[in-house]
Ligand binder design. Structure first.
Ligand code: NAD
Length: 278
């Protein structure tokens, strides 16, 4: 199903200084050295080391609309990792996870960018019970404000894929960490190498709008990832090979784990304590 095996010529990675951004940046730096891409632009609000002498580094916030337009100019593809990567108050999530996405999608349309790969999250569907197996057609059922922000961006990406030439590839990433440290990760883990494999599919496959799960080789998990397999994704890693330490046997009733049962930070209904207890 590949458009072409060729990577887009010019690629922007946002959140490039973060955990996942660093992995993908290393892969794309190699592609730059090998002549498989011509330009690599890296953006983060944090300072970052230049991974390649020809990489273009921008230190700025995507919450600023002008920054988003400057960042996207001349880019064929965007891999969007930037944002707050966990539950928080709206004061922080609105600029970093909602306004930033709105600016970025508008900028990409205005500059004729071909595609955006979006680091969505399993927390967009984290309120589904663990007894249910869902696929890419499952409507959002967010477990947190963070999950609501991811669901917002998925829906915006779907709209833009219909009204504009901009395509989007939304990766509902599970747990992408160096190791499996919780029982839940046995159902949600994605190794860094498998994440890069999925990104490669997002950069080369033919689609207009897709939702896929960021998941390693897990046959009996919460998510049926056949849509990603149809597009060419072939994960190679199994969570059991990444287990570190003793796993806590507790399993949440919800796919999103503790994020689904934690109270909303910053507001407390009358008669309850801030930790959610009555
Ligand atoms: N790691 C996972 O298991 C996982 C799972 C699901 C989704 N995700 C998503 O993938 C993305 C990357 O996750 P990560 O684990 O690397 O998180 P991370 O926190 O390590 O990286 C996020 C990066 O975004 C940058 N950033 C934050 N706000 C910004 C802004 N306004 N402008 C520019 N840069 C900004 C941060 O400085 C940071 O470097 C996030 O969007 C996260 O929600 C990650």
């Amino acid at each position: 199903m590949s458009d072409s095996d060729r990577l887009p010529r010019a690629i922007l990675v946002t959140g490039a200084a973060g955990r996942l951004g660093t992995q993908v940046t290393n892969y794309l730096s190699k592609a730059l050295s090998e002549g498989r891409i011509e330009r690599l632009r890296l953006l983060d609000i944090q300072e970052m080391a230049k991974p390649h002498d020809r990489a273009e580094v921008m230190r700025a916030s995507l919450a600023d609309r002008g920054t988003a337009f400057a960042a996207v100019e001349g880019m064929d593809a965007v891999i969007h990792f930037a944002g707050i990567s966990g539950e928080d108050e709206w004061e922080k999530l609105l600029p970093a996870n909602i306004a930033a996405c709105a600016h970025l999608w508008d900028a990409a349309v205005a500059h004729g960018t071909d595609r955006i790969l979006f680091a969505s999250s399993n927390h967009a569907v984290g309120m589904y019970p663990v007894s249910e197996r869902i696929d890419h057609t499952a409507p959002p059922f967010a477990d947190s404000r963070y999950g609501v922000a991811k669901a917002f961006t998925e829906e915006m990406a779907r709209l833009y894929a219909h009204k504009t030439p901009l395509r989007s590839f939304c990766m509902r990433i599970g747990s992408s960490f160096p190791a499996v440290t919780a029982t839940r990760h046995l159902k949600t883990f994605q190794s860094f190498d498998d994440l890069v494999r999925l990104v490669e599919v997002g950069l080369t496959a033919d689609y207009r709008f897709e939702i896929v799960y960021g998941l390693s080789d897990i046959a009996d998990g919460y998510w049926d990832n056949s849509n990603a397999f149809l597009l060419g994704y072939g994960p190679k890693d199994r969570p059991a090979d990444f287990v570190s330490g003793t796993l806590n046997p507790h399993e949440s009733p919800y796919q999103g784990g503790s994020m689904a049962t934690d109270p909303l930070p910053g507001i407390t209904p009358p008669g309850r304590s801030p930790d959610g207890a009555r």
